[in-house]
Structures are given as C-alpha cells and as structure tokens.
Design a protein around this ligand. Structure first.
Ligand SMILES: NC(=O)c1ccc[n+]([C@@H]2O[C@H](COP(=O)([O-])OP(=O)(O)OC[C@H]3O[C@@H](n4cnc5c(N)ncnc54)[C@H](OP(=O)(O)O)[C@@H]3O)[C@@H](O)[C@H]2O)c1
Length: 302
C-alpha cells in the first residue's frame, strides 16, 4: 500500500482505519487484536482515534487489545485528537459541552490518551475542532512541549478552515514547527471542503488531508434520501462496469483528488476494509469522477 509522508518521523498508509464506532462493535480484546492484525496485514497501519470516542471509552478498548501483542505498536501509527469536552462521569472537570484548546487541557489530554492507549508516544496529535476561543500561541506552547518530551511525533488539526489553519500555522512557524495534517469531512455526499477550496489550500501548503466519513457515515446508502439515491445511481453503474462494490467506487473517487486524500474507513468488517483497499487499484476516468460530482451537486457544472 502507498505511504504518505507526514513529516520526517511519521508516514501513514494511504487508507486509514478509524475507531470512532469501536464501542459499538462488540469485539472482546482478543477479537479486536485479531482485527487489528488483519488490517495491518492489508497494509493499513494508521489508526485514527479521539479522546472522546465512545464517550471516552474507545482509546482504552484499543489500548487493552494492543497490549495483547505489544510488538504491534511499532507496526502502526496512532493518531488521536483532543479539544472537545463532553460531560463525563469519569472526570468531574468535564462538566459541560465545549471546546478547550488551552495549554493545560492539551497536555492533560495527551497524558490521558497515552495511558488509555497503553503507549508512550502518539504518532500524530490533532486538535479535534477549531475553537472561537483558541489562543494560537498557547496551542503552540503545548505542541512544542509535547514534541520536546517525545510524547507526539507530529501535529495537526481537524475540521479547520483555511483561515483557522493559517492563524495557528503562523504561530507554529515562529517556533519552526507547522501543521502537518488536516482531517476533514469529504465524500461524494459531502463536497464542502472541495468547493470552499480547503483541499486546494492544504495541497498548496503540503498539509496532508485525511477524509472522515468517506461513506457519509453510511448515509450514502440510504435509499430514502433523495440526494443519496441520486449519487448512488451513478456509483452503481460504475460499480457494475468495474465489477466492484459501490464503496470501492466511492473510495477511488476520493483517491483521485489531487490533495492525496487519505480516506478513513469506519467499518468493523474486514470485507468492507478490503473494498477500500481494492480502490487503490482502480482508476476512475475524469468523466466518471465528474459524473459522481455532478450527481452530488444536483446540477451540472457550468
Ligand atoms: N475528525 C472528525 O471530526 C471525525 C468525525 C467523524 C469521524 N471521524 C473519523 O473517521 C472515521 C470514519 O468515519 P465513519 O465511521 O463515519 O466512516 P464511514 O465509512 O463514512 O461510515 C461507516 C459507517 O457506514 C457503515 N457502512 C459501511 N459500508 C456500508 C454499506 N455498504 N452499507 C451500509 N452501511 C455501510 C458502517 O457500518 P459497518 O460497521 O457495518 O460496516 C459504519 O456504520 C471514524 O472512525 C473516525 O476515526 C473523524
């Protein structure tokens, strides 16, 4: 599988696996550990998390499973996020729903993630969402401290628009650092980050793009949603032409974007992981890509 270089210390597999829904999968530690090995055997080594996934439970479930075969740690890259606070019985400080990108919260959050994931470093820390209260220099101070301590190897953001990216990146640059990754929602169903030029700007600045909810969280298969049925009609025609499942067409549509987008698979089923991996071998034509794009827009290009 193709690798994408994130910085001089970290590279990702072109297809990433996400663990947002892990607490719904019903895997015990052994089953999850087996699943992780199956993913890695297919060349997917990058595993996406956030502190809040599963109401603060998914990192621990993953860490317990990882601990069954400690040598797996060196074969994978762990991405996790911080910055969203949800009310939680586990921590009295989490008494409301807000964003917190303060120095103290970032440092404490990483320490909790390291404990939960049973690892002593995180390959990439992302800020989960931009906050209107973000002080970029405070974030920079936290990032520099975490890098110095060897707790994170790369730093990035998620759901940042261009101006928010620039505000923070300018501060990091003053410390000879930078944002390496932006994880945003992109799919044939969700074009916003294509149409508002976020992907263009990331490409311009060599910021690597991870695409969350590549299948729109499963919504693209909802036969009761007119937008989904419109897009799926085109995708199904291409699926029969290439003799692959619809999801393989969707992943290859994402892989064709020049920003070198890395789709994050959200499934718990290895056959669906294979559908993503197979997309790396399929090249849609430009016309096929535009047919899906136009179906999503609901109106022709000019
Ligand atoms: N940064 C952020 O703000 C953010 C936000 C959301 C997600 N993420 C990351 O992105 C990852 C992927 O997101 P996602 O889980 O929404 O990905 P997704 O691939 O768009 O959606 C996965 C969901 O679609 C279902 N699905 C897959 N194939 C299907 C099919 N053929 N028919 C019907 N349903 C199907 C899956 O069910 P099965 O399990 O049954 O296959 C699963 O419930 C997450 O795990 C997380 O790491 C990040």
């Amino acid at each position: 599988m193709e690798r994408i270089q994130i910085n001089k210390h970290v590279s990702y597999s072109r297809i990433v696996h996400g663990f947002w829904r892990l607490n719904e999968w019903g895997y015990n530690n052994k089953q999850l550990n087996d699943y992780m090995h199956e993913i890695v055997d297919r060349g997917i080594t990058t595993m996406d998390h956030a502190d809040i996934y599963g109401k603060y439970t998914c990192e621990s479930l993953f860490g317990e499973a990882l601990a069954l075969t400690p040598n797996l740690r060196e074969k994978i890259e762990i991405v996790t996020k911080c910055g969203i606070i949800l009310p939680s019985d586990h921590n009295p400080k989490f008494d409301g729903h807000r964003y917190d990108l303060s120095y103290q919260h970032i440092i404490e959050s990483v320490d909790r993630s390291l404990l939960n994931l049973k690892t002593d470093y995180i390959d990439t820390l992302l800020l989960h969402r931009p906050s209107p209260l973000m002080d970029p220099d405070e974030v920079t101070r936290a990032v520099m401290h975490l890098v110095d301590e060897g707790k994170i190897k790369a730093f990035g953001v998620s759901n940042f628009k261009c101006n928010q990216y620039e505000l923070l990146n300018e501060s990091l640059k003053r410390e000879k650092s930078h944002i390496s990754v932006n994880q945003v929602e992109v799919s044939p169903y969700q074009l916003e980050n294509i149409e508002d030029c976020t992907l263009n700007r990331m490409q311009q600045h060599d910021v690597k793009v991870m695409a969350w909810s590549p299948l729109a969280g499963g919504e693209i298969f909802n036969e009761n949603n007119p937008k989904s049925t419109r897009i799926l009609e085109v995708i199904e025609q291409l699926a029969s032409k290439y003799n692959v499942p619809a999801s393989t067409i969707i992943y290859s549509w994402l892989l064709k974007l020049p920003a070198n987008v890395m789709p994050i698979v959200g499934s718990s089923k290895i056959e669906r992981v294979d559908e993503a991996v197979n997309a790396t071998k399929l090249q849609l034509t430009d016309q096929e890509w535009f047919d899906i794009y136009v179906a999503s827009r609901g109106k022709d290009i000019l």
